[in-house]
Design a binder for this molecule. Structure first.
Ligand code: AMP
Length: 446
């Protein structure tokens, strides 16, 4: 019941009018803390009811008799026009029985009309960073008396390149007493940096049930031109990253063997695990890895299932796994028991769409990383759709060297049995029950 919160009766009336009965989990967790004036860092999805979670306490703070407004008291920043418009609507619904006024500043709207709205000084200003800065630079916006700042969908704002704009706007609010930052994902280093700069001793509320991924694992992608280039990147990472133990995942046995061979040739203490290795090999590899005699394991998914090795803090996806769940399995091996982990996926032109669909599935955004010593020419698609997928890129087959194959007429059934490299047995190597396959495997798969 919303009456459990110490909210002003006019707000409870609005809540009742909207037919909200039970607070959502994010509301139950955030409203009491926000009412106390605490800084909050909330990880929650769109649709979780997070708007009400921050706006009700803000309205409670602002509520009072009708008076001449002299300064903007609350600033709410969001990544897109649509989200800003939706938020304005929501704020107006909750403030319908109060004298509180809200305004909207986004791109695509008349600049002068916005300036006129700003002259009337709304209590709450909602908008996107780009246009907000333009209004500020034009001398139309004064944020000096802002008491509460909300950064909503902060991870997306960073993804969209608003980091600097947001920081400038934050700096324009020197007298703020409370800051609340919401993101759908746990984000990468950019978000952590923002949290550290902007929030003051925040309470962290994690209400994100979709992701089972460990918070302490950083997730990065590095773009690569082809498989040989990926091999160079792997070498660089293994030579330069700080890690106790590393695992390199491939989708095929052939590639696992190839990488393993290269590592051994460079005197790395490594092991390879895939479906052709027997139980004895597997046990030996795991024991040596556990004891620390071997630091690097090259493995395919099937072979690595159930592997639980302490100190495994670097995961390299030489190939992107074919499903979000498989990704979670691979990455779940790092960052255990609160230890920091690093997961790096190497992304060629042909991997991009799979990577972006995994990002969407996980509602996470991987950190883009470039290593100047091994930088290639490919840096992602020129244009991406709203889904994050490349515009106009058709799936192209690549061989082990990453060279494009000539297109072949579609004969899936024949190809499967004739040309396909041997698949890993789906019977667990431990002699346990057969493992269920989630999806039919791709022709070149393990
Ligand atoms: P949001 O995540 O803030 O975008 O909210 C998603 C939708 O859920 C919006 O349409 C809200 O009006 C609605 N909503 C938020 N909180 C509740 C609630 N406690 N009960 C019913 N609907 C809600």
């Amino acid at each position: 019941m919303f009456s459990q919160f110490a909210l002003h009766e006019r707000l409870l009336k609005a809540v009742a009018e909207l037919k909200f009965v039970e607070p959502t989990p994010v509301q139950a967790a955030a409203i009491p803390l926000a009412l106390q004036g605490r800084d909050l860092r909330v990880t929650a999805q769109t649709g979780s009811g997070k708007t009400a979670a921050f706006i009700l306490p803000i309205l409670h703070r602002l509520i009072g008799p009708a008076k001449v407004r002299v300064s903007i008291k609350t600033l709410i920043l969001l990544p897109t026009r649509e989200l800003a418009q939706q938020t304005l609507k929501e704020v107006e619904r909750f403030s319908q029985f109060t004298f509180i006024k809200s305004g909207l500043i986004t791109g695509g709207e008349d600049f002068k009309v916005q300036a006129a709205m700003l002259r009337k000084v709304p209590d709450i200003l909602i908008g996107t960073p780009g246009r907000m800065l333009e209004q500020l630079n034009a001398g139309n916006l004064d944020l000096k008396e802002v008491e509460v700042l909300v950064l909503d969908e902060a991870d997306r704002m960073l993804d969209m390149g608003f980091a600097e704009d947001v920081q400038r706007l934050v700096d324009e609010c020197p007298n703020r007493q409370q800051t609340m930052l919401f993101s759908a994902t746990t984000g990468g280093s950019g978000l952590r940096e923002m949290v550290a700069k902007v929030l003051n001793n925040p309470e962290h509320l994690q209400l994100n049930s979709v992701s089972q991924l460990n918070e302490t694992t950083r997730q990065q992608i590095i773009t690569a031109d082809h498989n040989q280039h990926k091999e160079q990147i792997v070498n660089w990472l293994l030579a330069n990253e700080t890690y106790q133990k590393a695992i390199v995942f491939t989708n095929t046995r052939a590639m696992a063997d190839r990488i393993y061979g290269r590592l051994v040739a460079q005197d790395y203490k490594a092991f390879v695990l895939h479906g052709e290795k027997d139980q004895k090999d597997r046990k030996l590899a795991i024991d040596r890895l556990k004891q620390g005699g071997v630091k690097i394991l090259v493995a395919t998914d099937v072979a690595a299932r159930g592997l639980d090795v302490d100190g495994l803090d670097l995961v390299i996806n030489f190939d992107m796994p074919r499903s979000g769940d498989e990704y979670v399995h691979r990455i779940g091996r790092t960052g255990r028991a609160g230890n920091d982990g690093l997961a790096i996926s190497l992304i060629c032109h042909g991997d991009w769409n799979l990577m972006s669909s995994i990002e969407r599935y996980l509602k996470q955004s991987f950190e883009r990383r470039t290593i100047k010593e091994v930088k290639g020419t490919y840096s992602g698609p020129k244009k991406v759709k709203a889904s994050g997928k490349a515009v106009g890129v058709k799936k192209k087959k690549t061989d082990a060297k990453g060279d494009k194959k000539k297109s072949v007429a579609k004969t899936p059934t024949k190809r499967k049995s004739a040309n396909r490299p041997k698949s890993d047995s789906l019977v667990s190597q431990d002699g346990m029950a057969p493992l269920k396959r989630r999806k039919p495997e791709a022709p070149a798969a393990e």
